[in-house]
Design a protein around this ligand. Structure first.
Ligand SMILES: Cc1cc2nc3c(=O)[nH]c(=O)nc-3n(C[C@H](O)[C@H](O)[C@H](O)COP(=O)(O)OP(=O)(O)OC[C@H]3O[C@@H](n4cnc5c(N)ncnc54)[C@H](O)[C@@H]3O)c2cc1C
Length: 514
């Protein structure tokens, strides 16, 4: 048995994806006693398998989802201010093909997109002559023109960890590798049994249960006897990663003949990220993997627009995630609403709040709405506070963003390689100073496993970011798995073993293709 707190918690959150982490953070900041339990690593499921965009979702305008797009665009600005190290502007090129959507429709959509939400620093949409322009170089000769518009990108898994760190900083207990395997109402409280990965179990009680289990939300409802009205629809989406397809920091939005769109996004400096597919899914979300038809679909989507055909043999990594969408009865997976639904069940005494759907982009707002919804049941809760808050490492960022911070870091630690300093600046923001504190030479940071992943950074990840396994570090706290081979992963495992018992964590469906 493990000794968990005996006093009842105000809130027990099931699920360490973006939504569970955001709700735990918001609640802790309102002065509540909070615990978050995640069965695997933080962001092990859908929240590390997204397209990694902080965006309004241009294509949702075609489904008349104006409210969702507007809310997302407002949140895009909030996140740019609150996490300037990991949320970065991204310029999209939308090449035009007169045989697909007409020019007037795209122009109208972009006009709306620029005006629906707030837009501070991001440049507005513009028409582009692509033939003869560097942005048009990777595209086929027939593409004469198109459009450009702005959105943002994010490291989704790191965003979850930063939100969880902020929750912990405000008093929340963050418990990765802790599965909720039983929950029942008893005398106005929830009694919840928790099982630790690697052995040990215990029980906690809580006034309110939050079911933020993503694709497993229905399982938790069943297990806890939560009455559920909302229907769920699981939709699998896969991405492929290939060596970068073109020079430049722009992304491309490629229209498909099935009226869907495919993103091609610069990824980790030397790669391109291509996605996504959208397929109904009914299996275990932890087992979702890309299928040969999905690979074919994504390669063909690129081949329709790019000069150089994309062969499946170029793929170095792929991952799949399962969207836990609220079923609004739409005919196709692509048309199901991306908006979230919060369902409160008070039928059996102690309240339970379940989260359906949502986007990485709107996590903060979702959490705020969740806490507002629970306010009558948690009279001690303070007021909403996250709209102007900053995530760890986002405070004191120089105006020039991560590039400027990387220069400052090298000023203080001249032995740092430029690419490594930039990686630290993008991952840790101003917390990189704390991580490097006192280091006067590369040797002071300990053994380097490659690309600046040294013992000092590993200790930081283990102590501050709950990392326990090579997968946690190579594929979620960073994407160094793209560069470091299995031998480095093995050495990293030995290094972690000396620090703490090593346990292999499950994670979002991903396959190495090398
Ligand atoms: C292909 C794809 C692309 C996307 N692209 C974007 C994008 O570009 N931008 C955007 O804004 N959004 C995007 N999204 C949407 C976004 O990723 C999801 O809405 C979001 O990640 C859902 O987060 P969550 O916290 O609800 O679920 P999850 O991240 O799945 O978290 C739920 C967690 O609950 C845990 N859990 C389950 N059962 C238990 C239990 N019994 N005990 C303890 N823990 C448990 C799971 O292990 C899991 O980690 C995309 C989604 C997909 C699939």
């Amino acid at each position: 048995m493990i000794d968990f707190p005996h006093e009842p918690l105000d809130l027990l959150v099931v699920g360490g994806g973006i939504n569970g982490a955001a709700i735990a953070r918001d609640a802790a900041g309102r002065g509540l006693r909070v615990m978050l339990c995640e069965q695997f690593d933080l962001a092990a499921a859908t929240s590390s398998a997204s397209s990694k965009l902080i965006h309004g979702g241009l294509r949702y305008l075609e489904h008349f989802a104006f409210g969702l797009v507007r809310q997302s665009l407002i949140e895009r600005e909030v996140l740019l201010r609150g996490a300037p190290h990991i949320v970065r502007p991204l310029r999209f090129v939308l090449p035009h093909d007169p045989g697909l959507r007409p020019r007037w429709l795209i122009r109208g959509g972009l006009f709306l997109y620029d005006r629906l939400g707030a837009r501070g620093v991001l440049p507005g949409a513009a028409s582009l002559r692509l033939r003869g322009d560097t942005m048009g170089e990777p595209l086929q000769e027939r593409i004469g023109d198109g459009f450009a518009y702005s959105d943002c990108r994010v490291d989704d898994a790191r965003l979850v960890v930063l939100v969880a760190r902020d929750a912990a900083r405000r008093g929340a207990a963050i418990m990765p590798r802790t599965r909720v395997d039983r929950a029942n109402r008893d005398n106005g409280l929830w009694r919840v049994r928790l099982c630790r990965d690697g052995g040990g179990a215990g029980e906690v009680s809580a006034r309110v249960l939050v079911n933020a289990a993503g694709p497993w939300v229905a399982d938790i409802s069943r297990l806890a006897g939560i009455r559920r009205r909302a229907a769920m629809r699981l939709v699998k989406g896969s991405h492929i990663v290939v060596p970068r397809l073109y020079v430049g920091e722009q992304a491309y939005l490629l229209q498909n003949e099935d009226r869907r769109v495919v993103f091609v996004i610069p990824f980790e400096d030397d790669f391109s990220l291509i996605g996504t597919t959208e397929l109904p899914y009914s299996g275990d979300a932890a087992e979702a993997r890309i299928s040969p038809p999905e690979i074919d679909y994504l390669c063909r989507a690129v081949g329709r627009w790019f000069r150089r055909p994309l062969e499946p043999s170029a793929i170095v990594w792929s991952y799949s995630g399962v969207r836990p969408l609220f079923d609004d009865g739409a005919a196709s997976a692509a048309a199901v609403t991306r908006d979230h639904v919060l369902e409160l069940d008070t039928s059996g005494g102690a309240p339970a709040l379940s989260v359906f759907g949502g986007k990485i982009t709107t996590h903060r707002k979702l959490a705020e709405q969740a806490l507002d919804r629970l306010a009558p049941h948690l009279p001690a809760a303070g007021a909403a506070w996250t709209a102007t808050s900053v995530l760890p490492g986002g405070d004191g960022m120089p105006a020039g963003g991560p590039a400027a911070l990387a220069r400052q870091l090298r000023g203080e630690h001249p032995f740092l390689d430029a690419a490594v300093a930039l990686r630290y600046a993008r991952a840790y923001g101003t917390d990189a100073y704390a991580m490097l504190r006192g280091a006067g030479s590369a040797a002071a940071l300990g053994r380097d496993f490659g690309y600046g992943l040294n013992e000092r950074e590993i200790a930081w990840l283990a102590e501050k970011e709950w990392a326990r396994t090579p997968e946690d570090i190579l594929w979620r706290r960073s994407k160094l798995g793209l560069r470091l081979g299995p031998a480095a992963a093995q050495e990293l495992a030995s290094c972690l073993e000396t620090a703490a018992p090593l346990r292999r964590g499950a994670h979002a469906g991903e396959d190495r293709h090398t």
